[in-house]
Design a protein around this ligand. Structure first.
Ligand code: ACO
Length: 329
């Protein structure tokens, strides 16, 4: 089914404070050399007192401005996050309140790092049902709130940030680009490869409990790495093939910004030359659901994505979940 989905505007926002590899050397037994050679990350932005919704709000304002729309024009608000301000209510309801609007549909998506791409597919479905929809899709994360600062194998990887996109059906007005297609997938059998075990109904908090390591991110890094590369490459080929494209047709590849080695391995597996692969992981680290919208927004802003470009997005995260989107600018 062909659905006309326009990308009206993109925006991103990261907190001001930077945590460098040198800063991390003072917190855990690590080194700038280890972190840069294994991950390509040098810095990450981290919050001081802002919340997930604070970052989402700033990114949303920028996306709305680029879209030439007011918040009240929106019909749906979708926030992808696993680090919302509170377990209840949803980040999307809090964002709606912050935007000063009422009586819109609002929902959060729990697909970890793949959440923004899952959000794009959800927006496509809403637009297919209601072509007049104007949908805000946001990825916003405060990863530093769920990182175990005593675990050097994970705490060096993550950063905080938010990115947003405004999507509409074909309303005849100007737009940045088109969302041609999305494919999403998951495998729950691998759920414990990347997990926060505590804090849900399987391992709830009890009044007076000490907060142990099980309430923070745990990851089997090598396993995640292997599945990330394999699945991002295969789902990318799938979304391209649905439109008769090959990887040769791709002008820019925007992969989930998890780790420079994963980014390069995906590019290599898809035979997409390195100069077509967008990366900002060295400055932001892995911002989970915010990584793709931050990368898209920044790439557009600095001219790495130009008018006419066919852009392939691919993502991977806890769940395990993964997905790809095809955009025509
Ligand atoms: N500093 C110094 N040494 C470290 C650090 C650190 N920060 N972290 C781990 N090490 C040590 C380990 O203890 C181990 O030491 P040992 O050999 O004495 O036991 C050694 O380095 C090698 O550890 P590995 O985990 O095997 O290192 P690897 O090369 O696999 O790199 C990494 C680890 C970077 C985590 C890698 O596995 C990876 O990138 N995996 C994918 C992770 C990822 O990006 N996940 C996110 C995707 S999904 C999402 O975005 C939520």
């Amino acid at each position: 089914m062909s659905i006309n989905v326009h990308i009206k505007g993109l925006g991103h926002h990261v907190p001001e404070k930077i945590l460098s590899n040198q800063d991390l050397e003072k917190i855990v037994d690590t080194s700038d050399e280890w972190i840069t050679s294994r991950t390509g990350i040098s810095n990450r932005h981290i919050v001081e007192d802002e919340t997930c919704v604070d970052l989402a709000y700033e990114a949303s304002l920028k996306a709305l401005k680029k879209a030439g729309l007011e918040a009240d024009d929106l019909t749906h608000i979708i926030v992808a996050t696993f680090t919302g301000d509170r377990p209840l209510p949803s980040a999307s309801c809090l964002l709606m309140e912050r935007l000063g609007i009422k009586q819109k549909a609002a929902m959060d998506i729990a697909a970890a790092c793949s959440g923004f791409v899952y959000g794009l597919e959800t927006a496509r479905a809403f637009i297919a049902l209601h072509p007049e929809s104007k949908i805000l899709v946001v990825g916003s994360e405060i990863l530093t709130s769920r990182v175990n600062w005593k675990d050097r194998s994970t705490c060096v990887l993550f950063g905080d940030g938010a990115g947003a996109a405004v999507l509409t059906g074909d309303d005849g007005a100007e737009h940045d680009g088109k969302l041609l297609d999305v494919v999403i997938s998951a495998d729950g059998a691998l759920s414990m490869a990347l997990a926060i075990k505590g804090g849900g109904s399987a391992l709830p908090y009890h009044l007076g409990d000490n907060v142990g390591e099980e309430y923070f991110i745990e990851m089997r890094g090598r396993e995640v790495f292997k599945h990330a590369v394999r699945n991002m490459a295969s789902i990318s080929k799938e979304v391209l093939a649905r439109h008769g494209y090959t990887t040769d047709d791709v002008d820019v590849l925007v992969p989930h910004q998890a780790n420079q080695r994963i980014i390069e391995a995906v590019g290599k597996k898809l035979s997409i030359p390195v100069e077509k692969v967008f990366s900002n992981v060295s400055r932001f680290g892995n911002t989970s659901a915010a990584s793709i919208p931050i990368a898209l927004s920044e790439a557009k802003e600095i001219g790495a994505i130009k008018e006419g470009d066919l852009v392939l997005v691919t993502t991977f995260g806890g769940g395990l979940t993964w997905g790809s989107a095809l955009l025509q600018f």
